[in-house]
Design a protein around this ligand. Structure first.
Ligand SMILES: *[C@@H]1O[C@H](CO)[C@@H](O)[C@H](O)[C@H]1NC(C)=O
Length: 291
């Protein structure tokens, strides 16, 4: 295996194997395009089936990282995807999942970020999240995952509708950003779901103190089972997906108790509670003090 480990071509043979087989129906292969690092990211079949159902993004020192985005852009949708993060010494690496519009000036762009900050072997990943609405971000919240995200695939979701944007991990809501009267929310920019794996050892792990160990490269993160439930709210159609849910009110369908419990247990940083940051005369963002 030693020669495979030198760069990201490790999975090339899997792709060749897979290409010889019949390509089947829905899979991540059909719904996304690799837009960065095409030469070292790979669709492959990992279950012995005949679908290219898994996308492995790769990071190595000479060619850098890689990334993909959905072919379609959406205004309101629920995105679910399964990810298995870089195992062992992942310090310095960042695996991402984010929503981003196109052709919208930075000054008023919307964005939703999930960034998985790697760590040295045995130490926990940090899930760093942020929300930009109308160009304003700085809404960082961080979480510790309650499982080893490198041992298996886990489901990460962004449920975005006109009332709220909720981030879920294995179906458990951890963050809810509401559309509040008079406050910015992501209401008009169509966004694509993106994923990437890159090197950010200037800041990612323990504040940048721990650098990427390139002798461990190539690094891989795998994505599969993308499900996009789009919604197009318009008069008379007030839900996402084909079937109306039990409640057609977007603010319902969120388990507030589960959200509160998950935040109590797993949140390690909350911008709304960062006293140092808002002490120096800068005002606490409005959403921090409203319901
Ligand atoms: C890495 O592990 C250290 C020690 O447990 C922890 O303080 C830190 O938050 C972890 N995550 C990152 C991204 O540094």
């Amino acid at each position: 295996m030693a020669s495979f480990r030198e760069h990201c071509s490790l999975l090339l043979w899997l792709v060749l194997v897979a290409m010889g087989q019949k390509m089947a129906m829905a899979s991540i292969y059909d719904d996304v395009e690799v837009n960065w690092g095409q030469d070292h990211s790979f669709f492959y079949t990992d279950g012995g089936g005949d679908e290219l159902q898994t996308l492995a993004l790769c990071l190595d020192q000479s060619r850098g990282g890689s990334g993909f985005h959905t072919k379609e852009a959406y205004l309101y949708a629920r995105f679910d995807i399964d990810i298995m993060l870089v195992p062992k010494n992942s310090a310095g690496t960042v695996t991402t999942l984010y929503l981003m519009p196109e052709d919208v000036p930075w000054d008023y762009h919307d964005e939703v970020d999930l960034e998985f900050l790697g760590n040295v072997t045995g130490e926990p990943y940090t899930l760093h999240t942020n929300v930009f609405a109308n160009g304003v971000g700085s809404r960082e919240e961080q979480f510790r995952l309650w499982f080893d995200p490198t041992a298996d695939f886990h489901t990460y979701s962004v449920d975005w509708n006109p009332k709220r944007m909720t981030i879920l991990v294995d179906g458990v809501p951890i963050r809810n950003f509401k559309n509040r009267a008079g406050m910015p929310f992501m209401t008009w920019q169509k966004m694509r779901l993106h994923g990437s794996l890159w090197n950010a050892d200037d800041w990612a792990t323990q504040g940048g103190r721990v650098k990427t160990d390139w002798s461990e490269a190539p690094f891989f993160a795998s994505y599969r089972n993308l499900r996009v439930t789009w919604c197009q709210p318009s008069p008379g159609v007030a839900w996402c997906g084909d079937e109306p849910p039990e409640s057609t009110r977007f603010d319902e369908g969120l388990d507030a108790d589960a959200l509160r419990q998950a935040r109590d247990k797993h949140m390690i940083y909350d911008y709304c509670k960062d006293e140092k940051r808002y002490k120096q005369g800068s005002e606490l963002p409005k959403e921090c003090t409203s319901d």
